[in-house]
Design a protein around this ligand. Structure first.
Ligand SMILES: [Fe+2]
Ligand SMILES: [Fe+2]
Length: 184
């Protein structure tokens, strides 16, 4: 069902824009990390890029309604630098989502009784908390010239939950089954 209230509608569009920008810039920063020899940090960027796509699609589906034009205003982080600096951009972007954007969007959706948007914003908020932490760990490694010591990254395709090395039996955020997780 389409979103009903104007404010939540605006926030869904803005969040869709922000997630779409994050999806793209993480792919670009993955290529930079790979060129610098950080293959696992590149893997982390590609995996999290997929998680941001999951968030964007969740928001897009909640907007629903008739096919129409809409000008999107969304925050994004810009900069094409080395991996340590790119990771700082990633950390800043994730922290903005965790500390400012999603808590406010979620409150508005709750106030307006927009159940679908509440779900979509909550899924993103929970994943971004994990992303901020993972990017910080990656940056600590990159600063010392080391790659991340990981085997794989798993992403829940329903909510974007992100975990190293092995998927849980059940997604702790949305309850999706282990087999659904996408491996990077
Ligand atoms: Fe994220
Ligand atoms: Fe999930």
């Amino acid at each position: 069902m389409a979103v009903k209230n104007a404010m939540t509608n605006d926030f869904l569009h803005s969040a869709y824009g922000g997630e779409s920008l994050a999806h793209m810039r993480y792919l670009t920063w993955a290529d930079v990390a790979e060129k610098e020899g950080f293959n696992n940090i590149a893997k982390l960027f590609r995996a999290i890029s997929f998680a941001e796509r999951v968030h964007a699609e969740n928001h897009f589906k909640e907007i629903s309604g008739p096919t129409t034009d809409y000008t999107v205003t969304a925050g994004g982080v810009f900069g094409y630098n080395n991996t340590v600096e790119n990771l700082q951009g990633a950390i800043n972007g994730e922290l903005h989502e965790v500390e400012q954007m999603y808590p406010v969007y979620l409150q508005a959706a709750e106030f307006q009784g927009e159940k679908g948007a509440m779900r979509s914003f909550r899924f993103a908020l929970e994943a971004e908390k994990i992303h901020a932490k993972m990017f910080k760990e990656a940056q600590d490694c990159a600063r010392e010239g080391k790659d991340l010591d990981i085997e794989a990254v798993y992403i829940c395709p329903v909510c974007g939950h992100t975990v190293y090395n092995e998927a849980p039996d059940k997604c702790p955020v949305c309850g999706a089954k282990k087999e659904l997780y996408k491996k990077f």
